[in-house]
Design a protein around this ligand. Structure first.
Ligand SMILES: CC(C)(COP(=O)(O)OP(=O)(O)OC[C@H]1O[C@@H](n2cnc3c(N)ncnc32)[C@H](O)[C@@H]1OP(=O)(O)O)[C@@H](O)C(=O)NCCC(=O)NCCS
Length: 232
């Protein structure tokens, strides 16, 4: 009998990312059964209407996604906030992260590892070179320096979102952004025009990201995001 030693390939980390367009949601929605009172109180403290709507939209999306997996009503999903600001499920079981920016909100879910997601609208940034010098890790600084003048802004946001996703996945703060990629795997793409999106997981394995994109005509659009494709 011959014995063959099989080389184990690293296990793929599956991460689901749900990306939802917010620009149809320009009115503060009426409280419904999706959100618990604590979320409505949190929303009420946000003075800017677009930011408040983004907060609510992201919470609605997050709670509906978790509710479907846990089999409990969205408002009953036990989400708590850690002292560093990270949200997590009481009792664990599903890892998640969220992000909101002008026009978009994103939720990443993983069954296995701590994840981070970041979506940013690509816009002019004053002092870009200083931010790169102070916050970007060496690989990001090198990529930014190598980018042509016309690609600098895009490269900046590619790495900005990667840094923020890695910071969220790793649990380290932006103070440790230089080492944010240690022990973290990251992927990014330009899923929608003028926006950059990145996902990170606290693991060395390869990342397999499934992107679900939705453009809701109304709040009910969050119920059924449709699968989409993007070059990660
Ligand atoms: C957490 C952080 C990444 C916030 O990012 P942001 O782009 O401002 O906001 P996002 O919408 O993408 O993410 C906010 C969400 O991150 C989550 N979050 C907050 N702190 C977190 C932490 N320590 N770890 C993981 N997730 C965290 C929260 O769920 C929060 O949403 P909520 O307040 O509605 O619950 C934070 O590091 C930060 O304040 N960044 C400031 C931007 C900056 O200077 N970036 C430099 C880039 S190099």
């Amino acid at each position: 009998m011959t014995s063959r030693k099989l080389r184990e390939s690293p296990k793929c980390i599956n991460v689901e990312v749900h990306l939802v367009r917010l620009d149809a949601c320009n009115e503060f929605p009426c409280p419904d059964v999706t959100l618990p009172a604590a979320d409505w109180h949190g929303a009420a403290e946000i003075r800017s209407l677009p930011q408040r709507n983004a907060f609510v939209a992201t919470r609605v999306l997050l709670r509906r996604l978790l509710s479907a997996r846990l089999g409990c009503p969205p408002a009953a999903v036990p989400i708590i906030r850690e002292p560093n600001g990270k949200l997590r499920l009481l009792g664990g079981g599903i890892e998640f992260s969220l992000s909101h920016c002008e026009g978009w909100c994103a939720v990443a879910l993983s069954a296995d590892f701590a994840v981070g997601v970041d979506v940013e609208h690509i816009r002019p940034v004053p002092g870009m070179a200083d931010i790169v010098a102070h916050f970007f890790p060496p690989a990001a600084r090198a990529a930014f320096a190598a980018a042509s003048p016309t690609h600098k802004l895009r490269e900046f946001f590619r790495w900005w979102t990667r840094v923020e996703a890695a910071v969220k996945a790793s649990g380290r703060g932006l103070d440790n952004a230089n080492s944010c990629f240690d022990g973290v795997t990251c992927k990014s793409c330009f899923a929608v025009p003028d926006s950059a999106l990145a996902v990170a997981a606290r693991s060395a394995g390869p990342l397999c990201v499934t992107l679900h994109q939705a453009h809701p005509p109304s709040w009910c659009g969050f119920l059924c995001p449709s699968p989409g494709q993007s070059a990660w």
